[in-house]
Design a protein. Structure first.
Length: 246
């Protein structure tokens, strides 16, 4: 089974280890979790690390022999018998230590150290000019348009509901002296539904506009972060939050 994310890989590996009764499951998962951390430090994506680690089914075969017995545990018992220790795997002067994890595919024993990021002076000047001559007026203008759209939406919804309620009430009450209108109750109800429907469509447009505006702000923040630090700040924060939830 080939995975594409860290959580999917670790979950599948844990289930496979437990199904095959492999000992030291926690230590094995810790080793593979370290592979992902080293890959992230080297600038690799989770999918790239998963491809390097390979198929989970093939990895499990490294820990069990042809008879389906825990290879690591069997090796420990055999070494204990050869050194004269008891069946538990511990001798009088021997302390148990788990065997080192095998290598999988193209995984290296130590991930290369990431190069230190240094901001480019030209990019910094460019982003400052972009802030001064584009973002400084484009973002406030876009925000003002969204606020205006939301205000119009509220006005349509409020007026539409008011006319609709007035039309419904006029069907059961004598509105003389209270509401002076030449429209019949059915006309008021129809007009209220029409205005409310327009308000509903504007509400959908307003929600989509707000989401788009938020995505634009996130893109601008990540753009600045890539120039000054070399990575997307908000994407990294969201990724760590998802790992904590898993």
């Amino acid at each position: 089974m080939i995975c594409n994310t860290k959580s999917e890989f670790l979950t599948g590996l844990r289930i496979a280890l437990e199904n095959n009764n492999v000992s030291d499951t926690r230590d094995i998962l810790t080793d593979f979790r370290q592979h992902f951390e080293d890959g992230e430090a080297a600038g690799e994506s989770e999918a790239e690390v998963c491809r390097k680690l390979g198929d989970i089914d093939e990895i499990i075969k490294q820990y069990i022999n042809d008879d389906g017995i825990d290879a690591a545990a069997e090796t420990t018992v055999t070494q204990a018998k050869q050194t004269g220790s008891d069946a538990s795997g511990f001798g009088a002067d021997t302390q148990y230590s788990a065997p080192p994890p095998p290598q999988y595919g193209n995984v290296q024993t130590a991930a290369p150290q990431p190069q230190k990021f240094s901001p480019s002076a030209g990019k910094i000047v460019g982003i400052i000019c972009l802030d001064l001559f584009v973002y400084s007026w484009a973002i406030p203008t876009l925000a003002s348009l969204i606020i205006s759209l939301m205000s119009v939406t509220i006005a349509f919804l409020t007026s539409g509901l008011a006319v609709l309620i007035a039309g419904i009430m006029s069907c059961f009450m004598n509105m003389s002296g209270v509401i002076v209108t030449g429209f019949a109750p059915a006309s008021l109800i129809f007009l209220g539904l029409l205005v409310t429907s327009l308000g509903g469509m504007l509400l959908i447009a307003s929600i989509a506009s707000v989401k788009g505006f938020v995505n634009i702000i996130i893109a601008i923040i990540n753009h600045h972060a890539r120039i000054f630090s070399g990575h997307n700040v908000l994407r990294k924060i969201g990724k760590k939050y998802r790992e904590v939830q898993v």
